[in-house]
Design a protein around this ligand. Structure first.
Ligand SMILES: [Mg+2]
Length: 265
């Protein structure tokens, strides 16, 4: 399915995580070798909307699965939101709804996690222990004028057991109180792509290829950022979904392994 790709065209690769490198807690067949091929061709950054783990924790997990990736080579929406708040207002006071990864990245970027009464920002990522009390606390912060920023708004999230509700479900709960997010920084936002491009060290988006399994985040975000994209079919999308879609990737490949072979040849 994949035509030949001139690997020299790209000096960097942004590689999505779920549905491209891994499915649940298992590496996809051939994906570790394929990632190494890409690393020989250019700078690779793993680029995910998943905010449940920190870059450090993701790197450990990926290394255990055979992917040679350092924390600095990972950009997830927890890191993106932490960088975004820094650019916007320097070290900030944040009421966070999210898991350990979101908290760790916010603190690593110099922000302070506070009770709702002291918060300048309400930041929301996926929290699989979400309770009504957190919603009430978020409302207290928002009523006092805190700015609501979402790490991402993915509606659902793939696991080995199938789809589970994503961060978008929690964003929707706040929206249901009358507070839509002022910014959603994860893919497909240009904010996320800017942070990821910076992590590659490559200056121009035209030298960078985004590899993902979703049209609405990976491919659409790449288009908005001025990047080429490659869609792989090991994740949520089926070939027939492509036909009816307005969003078109630059390349389509069966898998990351097939893509790496096309780039190598
Ligand atoms: Mg994915």
């Amino acid at each position: 399915m994949t035509s030949k790709i001139d690997g020299k065209r790209y000096r960097a690769f942004l590689v999505d995580l779920d549905g491209v490198l891994v499915r649940g807690s298992e590496p996809l067949p051939g994906a570790p070798e394929a990632l190494r091929t890409l690393q020989e061709r250019g700078q690779v950054v793993v680029f995910s909307n998943n905010s449940t783990r920190s870059r450090r924790a993701f790197a450990e997990r990926l290394r255990a699965m055979g992917f040679p990736v350092r924390p600095e080579e990972i950009v997830n929406s927890a890191f993106v939101v932490a960088q975004y708040l820094r650019e916007r207002s320097g070290p900030a006071r944040v009421y966070a709804i999210g898991e350990e990864g979101l908290r760790e990245e916010l603190e690593a970027a110099g922000h302070t996690l506070t009770p709702p009464e002291e918060a300048e920002y309400v930041v929301v990522g996926l929290d699989r222990r979400f309770r009504y009390e957190q919603l009430a606390e978020a409302l207290r912060a928002l009523l006092r004028g805190a700015v609501f920023v979402a790490a991402n708004a993915d509606p659902v999230f793939p696991t080995a057991q199938g789809l589970i509700p994503g961060a978008g479900a929690l964003v929707g709960a706040l929206q249901g109180m009358g507070y839509p997010p002022q910014e959603i920084v994860g893919k497909p936002s240009p904010i996320a792509f800017r942070v990821a491009l910076k992590a590659t060290g490559v200056a121009s988006p035209r030298e960078c290829l985004m590899i993902g399994d979703r049209l609405d985040t990976d491919v659409e975000g790449a288009r908005r950022a001025g990047m080429d994209s490659a869609l792989v079919l090991t994740g949520v999308l089926r070939p027939e979904d492509l036909e009816g879609s307005e969003i078109k990737p630059t390349f389509v490949a069966e898998s990351l392994a097939a893509l790496a072979r096309a780039i190598r040849s």
